[in-house]
Design a protein around this ligand. Structure first.
Ligand code: AMP
Length: 293
């Protein structure tokens, strides 16, 4: 496993790979890796001769009072996990190298960064778009893989690469869940045993929303209310949002038809969790869909 710790070396290596015609698949992460992250490594492989991952806890995407300082970090363990998953190269820069003094430029994806998670995390998606823009320049991948787990992030980054004519194929990989339905997340490590049980409420809420649609309900408000009712039953749970939105521009829906993103965010104890389900609703039929096609 090749480990690169600074921007200049990464740029140099990416140039050499490009000169050889090597197609690079790229998986950006913040580390504290779990099976969800490792599934992205597998998703990056088809059509690529080299798979690279980045590990960088990006200070720009954390707001004041968020968990930047206590975010779990274990680089040696992450490198081992990536090697085991078939990753070939890890780029793990320091934040002083990524953001030298005097840096000012930020990337904004207007209209999509202030809704859903952006409403309670001002500046978060500007930080995400900026770091991913930098990483794409440094690594120069042919393919970049993001998880549907962070659906808003994936949709917004897809918008960014399209709008800026980036020559990169963006793949959005399905959510990896534990047996009880809870989506794998580095932040699950913060949960107590009771909170971990209550975290199942997010998946249960999405299942309740789907059940409403399968019963023929098409009013987004009514579907959302059924989902909220499930989350509200959790004594340690505080809802941030429950939204049904379109999967291109993330606009809230009034009537559900076509591809829909059902997204939930809630604090369980002090930990903010997110989850989502993408469905294709066509006439009477409701089926699970992805963000790719
Ligand atoms: P993070 O390290 O949390 O920034 O996540 C890095 C990438 O892994 C993002 O594209 C996430 O969407 C993705 N990811 C996180 N959790 C999961 C999961 N449970 N299943 C699939 N992908 C995930």
């Amino acid at each position: 496993m090749e480990v690169i710790r600074d921007r200049a070396a990464m740029r140099h290596r990416a140039g050499a790979l490009a000169a050889q015609g090597t197609r690079v698949g790229f998986v950006p992460t913040m580390g504290a890796l779990h099976a969800g992250h490792l599934s992205l490594v597998a998703a990056a492989r088809p059509g690529c001769q080299l798979v690279a991952a980045s590990i960088f806890v990006n200070p720009l995407q954390f707001g004041p009072g968020e968990d930047f300082e206590r975010y779990p970090r274990d680089l040696p363990r992450d490198i081992e996990a990536l090697a085991g998953a078939g990753c070939n190269l890890v780029f793990a820069p320091e934040s002083t190298d990524m953001y030298p003094p005097g840096a000012r430029t930020m990337v904004e994806v207007g209209g999509m960064q202030d809704t859903l998670c952006g409403a309670s995390r001002p500046g978060h998606f500007r930080g995400v778009a900026t770091v991913v823009a930098k990483l794409l320049h440094l690594v120069q991948p042919a393919v970049a893989v993001f998880g549907q787990k962070d659906a808003q992030q994936a949709i917004l980054l897809r918008r960014m690469v399209r709008d800026l004519d980036w020559p990169v194929e963006l793949r959005i990989a399905p959510i990896v869940r534990d047996a009880d339905g809870v989506a794998l997340s580095s932040r699950n490590a913060y949960l107590s045993a009771d909170e971990r049980r209550e975290a199942q409420g997010l998946w249960a809420a999405l299942a309740a929303g789907r059940a409403q649609l399968e019963r023929g309900e098409r009013r987004a408000g009514a579907v959302g209310a059924a989902m909220r009712a499930v989350l509200a039953a959790g004594s340690r749970t505080r809802i941030d949002y429950v939204t049904l939105a379109d999967t291109e521009q993330l606009q809230p829906l009034v009537t559900v038809e076509g591809r829909v993103l059902m997204a939930v965010a809630a604090w369980v104890g002090r930990t903010r969790l997110i989850d989502n389900l993408v469905l294709e609703v066509s006439g009477e039929t409701v089926r699970e869909a992805s963000l790719n096609d």
